[in-house]
Design a protein around this ligand. Structure first.
Ligand SMILES: N[C@@H](CCC(=O)N[C@@H](CS)C(=O)NCC(=O)O)C(=O)O
Length: 137
């Protein structure tokens, strides 16, 4: 069953990949514009976040669009191919599943947040603040 679900999503990604990328390009949301010091603070906070993702995963696209909407320069790590990123995701989070947001605190310990809805809710809760002055096209 797990194999079937995996194969389904893999096929979907291959077939729909170019469409997903085109849709993402054409529907880039406007980004929030914050006061300079507020954006500097947000940029700094984003240094402790990393998004494990696949380029053509629709759930990852949803998170990337939210990152753009909220003007969040979060590092993106491709975990599709077997390699360091995928292994770090599996070891740290417990699952080779994307999207996954790695949240590292000041003490250096990390929380691994799976699921696009949970990740977007987390980002909105943390960064959709009132120090926003306008939106840019
Ligand atoms: N409900 C999840 C679905 C995530 C999901 O199914 N991700 C697929 C990629 S599109 C995945 O990581 N599958 C495991 C794999 O490819 O090994 C979400 O919204 O994040």
């Amino acid at each position: 069953m797990k194999f079937l679900i995996r194969s389904f999503f893999k096929t979907l990604r291959v077939v729909l990949g170019p469409v997903i990328l085109l849709k993402e390009r054409l529907s880039r949301p406007a980004g929030l514009v914050r006061a300079q010091d507020a954006q500097i603070s947000v940029d700094k906070q984003c240094e402790s976040l990393a998004l494990y993702q696949y380029k053509t995963c629709p759930f990852c696209m949803k998170v990337r669009q939210e990152m753009r909407r909220l003007s969040l320069p979060i590092q993106r790590l491709d975990a599709q191919a077997e390699g360091l990123n995928r292994e770090a995701l599996r070891q740290g989070g417990g699952l080779a599943k994307v999207p996954c947001l790695k949240i590292t605190d000041a003490a250096g310990s990390s929380q691994w947040l799976y699921d696009s809805d949970k990740i977007t809710a987390y980002l909105r809760g943390r960064f959709a603040d009132s120090s926003v002055s306008s939106v840019q096209a």
